[in-house]
Design a protein around this ligand. Structure first.
Ligand code: FMN
Length: 455
């Protein structure tokens, strides 16, 4: 097989993102997330390493289901404190030319008009390097932060998200015609008003008059990323996503997930090749296996199972269950917090003790884990990409920026030798980088394109 394998770095504007406890490691810089230098240094590093993008996750509430409150999450810095992901992008854009920025924003709590303008602004300032990871948010605590008593029911959140995107497509694609902006000094015409239109959206959830306040940005609609796992989430991805973070837990499941999403996309009349796929990857690499083993042991000493338990599945307290109980039985009993909390673990014959044992072990948390020499890591990356059809990977960090540095120093050259990693950037928008030269706007078969005005 051949073809370039793409990489995003998985990040979050916080101390403890995925690998809990490791902020105490002396080589970790995560606690510097409040310094602009942390972000600009990281962006420069990733651009040196020819990464596609940095992906910034986000949540808008505290993990407060574990042991009945947020104390564990707060003490262990499990995604709290967490700052806004959008605001670090312009700083990173200023010190790079090619790196993409995928930012997470929820469709559930803040109305679409202001978000449309923020994303257009970012697309302008980055010259078309921005993506939006669309989430519907999964924490009850988030709902309470935005004036609700409880979470909106899962499928209804996706129904709201559908209309949210419809509004945004109208603003991004339909409100301003190409050629509306004239910047004609002699005639005093910045914009031709005949080519700027209200959207007059009146729907079940939103009423938005328009016109959009931003002039068209290089990509108009940012590249749409999504990570739905449920039936409803996958349908949403099939309709809207251009990049999917698959949450599947094994090579076979990732392969099936990708094929399934492509099939669903084709059923919506989209070109299935216009969706790219990024499973998460955890990589520990060193020149010798001896060094790899030492690194693993070193990381393991700092990992905190408490932190994982507080975050895992919105904070279900697995320790409160009988260790011998089958996960399938807990899921079958139902209850609100089993919905997403442990459902992904069902159907695999696992017992509570198996899950507890795996929590806090370096290597848990995603489908793809490899600890080895550069050759072995590259072998596994190639095998996974080729056997699943994944476009690339979302690299998780253990130490920041150490994990990315190791990868760039040791794995990238090995993949380049094999012709599987770019050796330079093309001048392109993020969408072109993923979908091919010239595709800087939504492809014609994407539902957002239907909101364009015909000249
Ligand atoms: N949800 C968030 O609220 N914020 C995030 O930053 C976020 N990042 C994710 C990253 C990956 C790699 C995956 C697999 C999921 C992420 N999610 C995030 C959760 C998804 O948006 C989604 O809610 C979850 O996969 C469950 O799928 P469902 O919404 O179809 O039930």
């Amino acid at each position: 097989m051949s073809g370039i394998i793409h990489f995003n770095l998985f990040e979050m504007n916080c101390v403890g993102h995925i690998q809990h406890g490791l902020w105490t490691h002396p080589a970790n810089n995560r606690h510097r997330y409040t310094d602009l230098d942390y972000w600009t240094d990281l962006a420069k590093l990733l651009e040196r390493g020819l990464f596609d993008a940095v992906f910034l996750a986000d949540v808008v509430g505290a993990y407060d289901r574990f042991r009945g409150g947020p104390e564990t999450a707060i003490r262990e810095a499990v995604q709290i404190p967490a700052n806004d992901p959008l605001l670090v992008v312009p700083a990173m854009a200023a010190v790079t030319r090619h790196l993409g920025f995928a930012v997470t924003f929820s469709t559930t709590y803040e109305p679409p008009f202001a978000h449309a303008r923020r994303m257009s602004t970012l697309d302008h300032l980055t010259k078309g390097r921005v993506a939006w990871n669309v989430v519907t948010s999964y924490l009850r605590s988030a709902a309470r932060n935005f004036g609700l008593d409880d979470e909106i029911e899962h499928d209804r959140r996706y129904e709201i998200a559908e209309e949210y995107l419809e509004v945004l497509y109208k603003l991004w694609e339909g409100s301003w015609e190409d050629g509306a902006v004239l910047r004609d000094r002699d005639r005093h015409v910045y914009t031709d008003p005949a080519k700027v239109h209200p959207i007059d959206h009146v729907g079940k959830h939103f009423r938005v008059a328009g016109p959009h306040l931003s002039e068209p940005s290089p990509q108009r609609t940012p590249v749409i990323y999504q990570a739905g796992n449920s039936e409803r989430g996958k349908e949403f991805a099939a309709r809207h996503a251009e990049a999917v973070f698959t949450g599947a837990f094994s090579l076979e499941a990732v392969r099936e997930d990708i094929a399934d999403t492509r099939r669903r996309a084709a059923a919506y009349g989209r070109n299935p090749e216009h969706i790219t796929f990024f499973p998460s990857a955890s990589v520990i690499v060193a020149r010798t296996q001896f060094e790899v083993d030492a690194k693993l042991a070193d990381l393991q000493r700092h990992i905190r199972p408490e932190g994982f338990l507080a975050q895992r599945g919105s904070g279900i307290d697995l320790a409160a269950y009988d260790p011998g109980e089958l996960i399938d039985d807990i899921v079958a009993r139902g209850g609100d917090f089993t919905e997403r909390a442990i459902r992904p673990l069902a159907g695999r014959g696992l017992r509570v003790r198996d899950v507890l044992d795996s929590v806090g072990r370096v290597g848990q948390g995603g489908p793809f884990f490899v600890a080895g020499t550069p050759e072995r890591v590259a072998d596994e990356i190639e095998r996974w990409a080729d056997e699943t059809g994944a476009t690339g990977f979302n690299l998780m960090q253990y130490l920041s920026p150490g994990t990315a540095e190791d990868f760039i120093e040791l794995v990238v050259p090995e993949l380049q030798r094999r012709g599987r990693y770019r050796t330079s950037y093309e001048d392109s928008t993020l969408r072109e980088r993923l979908l091919g030269p010239g595709v800087h706007r939504l492809p014609a078969t994407h539902p957002g394109a239907a909101h364009r005005r015909q000249p």
